[in-house]
Design a protein around this ligand. Structure first.
Ligand code: DQQ
Length: 576
């Protein structure tokens, strides 16, 4: 079995599905479909607390996937998301809708968009919101029509004076974009937030593929209703397959400020992100947008392909960002699927969470982004414990006691006095995950050091999140791992990868930071101040609730100092 087949089985995706509908052959590579499980409803009152997240977004039950159309409108944040109202696997998809004043506590509203018209009768798939001048939100989304073609539709609020935007209208002049000649009608979806160019045109990008080439088709419109396809795509890349959920936005060269998508100029770069259906990972590039030519060109420091930079090197997909005009920041949402089986999801009665929204900005090296949980998350911090100047010799583990280790926020700053003991870097470790897979948290020179999260009392279950530092030719290489292999004593049907990424960081201060958000079945970690992020979904059997433990550890010969460790018990968010 190759890696992709294995991943697809475990993550619940099917890469190659074939449907014949009304004589149209519909080849696609989407969420795994379980017709017999799609409409098995679990009573919300019998959903068990085990493994449910308490501060990561989830509805009370059922399946969720992509975040859709996040936006801020009249004092309220809106999050829509792909949702199956009838069961815990993908199917019957509608745009569910929740609102919040702080991005952390959420109130559910009724679904905003659901199949009801010929232009979306077979599905209401992902899309984005754009707030037009005069504070008028519009949603662009992909509808599946009676021929199973993917078409683009718009929806508008029924009542602009309702800050909750409860009712949405899908005008009858939809679809506003159909695939047209030469475009693969079963691979044409997920319109981006539109931006306004100086010429007065609105522009949006739609993900697609041409043979094996990933495509970002560009469309222009003056009135948001009549759209024309540009001669050239905004961007495309060979052998990357279908580009799902593209995202495109400006970031200033310096500082953390977020920008409205229409901003251009010499003082900004652009970020282009796609979700690769073939690998179910995302990659982004940092580059330059030429508005007159409507071309995006990645910088030569950004790898433009599936080994490129990722927002998150773990379980994170179909992400979408938005500009928050209230706090002047760009906020990123990502979906984390379950890593258990569809049958487990049906017995749990739910599947999928949204990760904590993250502020994103360009790192001062201008080659990559940095990410950090929105600061509103700190309002959930409760009891705090602190460690400082704690020396960890080789093999030392110190338990962090006094907080709820299954529901916690932990920030640590590690330091070391020398890198002389760093092991040599094997140039074959191009893929960080392969390196982590091979080495795990076995003894090294400088590192592994980090956290043991969701640990059982006798340490037969735990999810370590840690760094290892290697010596390469002219520099040091920092590997960050979030290794789920020992995360659960349950073996059957669980996907337990040793997710990993490299951290491009200056080690001259001999310091490395780590923050982990631990929430029962998710460990979401930020290394090097948000340079490398990794999310793991895990299902401990013993390290649960009050029986979960948290440790800080060093298994390298070089002594490590915990300069400080601050850990908080996290309160539960008001969640739908
Ligand atoms: N999920 C949606 C599609 C999108 C995919 C369907 C990505 O619009 O391409 O639920 O997870």
């Amino acid at each position: 079995m190759n890696l992709f087949t294995f991943l697809s089985l475990l993550l619940g995706f099917s890469f190659f599905s074939l449907f014949i509908n009304n004589g149209v052959v519909f080849v696609d590579a989407l969420h795994k479909i379980y017709p017999e499980l799609q409409s098995i409803q679990t009573d919300a009152s019998v959903i068990k607390p085990l493994h449910r997240t308490r501060f990561h977004f989830q509805p009370r039950r059922n399946w969720i996937n992509d975040p859709n159309g996040p936006m801020y409108f009249k004092g309220i944040y809106h999050l829509f998301y792909q949702y199956n109202p009838k069961g815990a696997v993908w199917g019957n998809i509608v745009w569910a809708h929740s609102i919040s004043r702080d991005l952390i506590n959420w109130k559910p509203l009724k679904p905003a968009i659901y199949p009801s018209k010929p232009f979306d009768i077979n599905g209401c798939w992902s899309g984005s919101a754009t707030v037009l001048p005069g504070d008028k939100p519009v949603i662009l989304y992909t509808g599946i029509d009676p021929q199973n073609r993917q078409v683009q539709n718009y929806a508008i609020p029924a009542n602009l004076s309702d800050p909750y935007l409860t009712e949405w209208i899908k005008p009858d002049n939809n679809p506003i974009v159909d695939p047209g000649p030469g475009v693969n009608a079963s691979a044409f979806r997920d319109p981006t937030t539109a931006w306004l160019s100086k010429s007065g045109h609105w522009k949006t990008v739609i993900g697609s593929k041409r043979k094996k080439r990933g495509m970002a088709y560009l469309y222009r419109s003056r009135d948001f209703v009549k759209w024309t396809k540009a001669k050239h795509p905004l961007h495309s890349a060979a052998n990357t397959g279908m580009w799902e959920c593209p995202d495109f936005y400006p970031v200033p060269l310096r500082g953390k400020l977020g920008l409205d998508p229409s901003v251009t100029g010499n003082w900004v770069k652009h970020v282009f992100k796609v979700s690769l259906d073939l690998t179910r990972y995302e990659y982004y590039t940092v580059g330059k947008y030429f508005p007159k030519k409507d071309k995006y060109v990645p910088d030569n420091t950004s790898v433009d392909g599936w080994s490129g930079l990722r927002y998150d090197y773990g379980n994170f997909y179909a992400s979408k960002s938005f500009y928050d005009p209230l706090k002047k920041r760009r906020v990123l949402w990502g979906w984390a699927n379950e890593s258990d089986s569809a049958q487990d999801d049906v017995s749990k009665g739910w599947a999928g969470i949204q990760l904590i929204p993250r502020t994103v900005w360009l790192d001062h090296n201008q080659r990559q982004l940095k990410q950090w949980p929105v600061k509103e998350l700190n309002t959930l911090r409760g009891k705090k414990v602190v460690l400082s100047h704690q020396k960890l010799l080789k093999g030392h583990t110190v338990e962090v006691k006094g907080i709820t280790a299954a529901q916690a926020d932990v920030e640590v700053m590690f330091s070391f006095s020398s890198l002389d003991k760093a092991d040599p870097f094997d140039p074959r470790w191009v893929d960080a995950q392969a390196a982590c897979d091979q080495l795990g948290n076995s003894q090294g020179g400088v590192g592994p050091f980090g956290l043991l999260t969701l640990a059982s009392e006798n340490l037969d279950e735990f999810t370590p999140v840690f760094f290892r530092i290697f010596k390469a030719h002219h520099k040091h290489v920092v590997l960050m791992c979030s290794d789920a292999r020992s995360s659960s004593l349950k073996e059957e049907g669980l996907y337990k990868p040793a997710f990993a990424g490299y951290v491009d960081i200056d080690l001259s201060r001999k310091k490395l930071s780590l923050r982990s958000l631990i929430d029962h079945s998710v460990v979401e970690s930020f290394g090097g101040g948000g340079k490398t992020c990794i999310t793991s979904r895990v299902y401990p059997t013993k390290g649960v609730f009050d029986d979960a433990h948290l440790h800080v550890f060093n298994n390298g010969t070089e002594a490590i100092t915990v300069e400080y460790l601050r850990a908080w018990s996290m309160k539960s968010a008001r969640m739908n």
